[in-house]
Design a protein around this ligand. Structure first.
Ligand SMILES: Cc1cc2nc3c(=O)[nH]c(=O)nc-3n(C[C@H](O)[C@H](O)[C@H](O)COP(=O)(O)O)c2cc1C
Length: 142
């Protein structure tokens, strides 16, 4: 029974607020993540805007747990809130990518974020954002 979830990958989604959001900080996160995630067999996406980070991470459970505990104490953001923590047979993303402000009509306006829309986001809504995002980047077609 202990082995029940062994073959499943772990998927987490969290949201946070950037501290000192600029090109240099983003470049550094991108560089660290690209190397580490590849090495750790972690895929997913990081949506970055000046008012929020929204990240989807998937991979071997212990690797995701390690990474999430590092991310939680990272001084480059605050108010880290876990929105989803689940297991899956299949990955949603084939690699890891960082995406600059998707000011898309399906995302939220800055005032919605200030009004706390992310505090009311359900697990399903959070997952839906990344399902749409993964389709949008058409990663499995290229
Ligand atoms: C919003 C945000 C997202 C991050 N995403 C990742 C990630 O996907 N992978 C990663 O290895 N580090 C990520 N980091 C950085 C980690 O918090 C941590 O600094 C890093 O993993 C340490 O790597 P190092 O041991 O190679 O220096 C992220 C940091 C922030 C602020």
């Amino acid at each position: 029974m202990e082995k029940r979830n062994h073959s499943l990958i772990k998927q987490v989604i969290y949201v946070s607020k950037p501290i000192g959001f600029d090109e240099k900080i983003l470049d550094r996160i991108l560089a660290q993540s690209a190397v580490n995630n590849k090495k750790n067999n972690i895929t997913g996406a990081l949506i970055c805007r000046s008012d929020l980070y929204l990240q989807f991470l998937e991979g071997p459970a212990h690797k995701i747990d390690d990474l999430y505990s590092r991310i939680k104490v990272d001084a480059r953001h605050r108010e880290i809130k876990l929105l989803e923590d689940t297991r899956s047979k299949r990955r949603l993303f084939s690699n890891w990518a960082m995406k600059g402000d998707p000011a898309k009509d399906w995302m939220w306006t800055e005032s919605e974020v200030i009004d706390g829309i992310l505090d009311r986001l359900s697990k399903n809504d959070a997952m839906e954002v990344f399902v749409r995002h993964s389709r949008e980047i058409d990663q499995f077609l290229s």
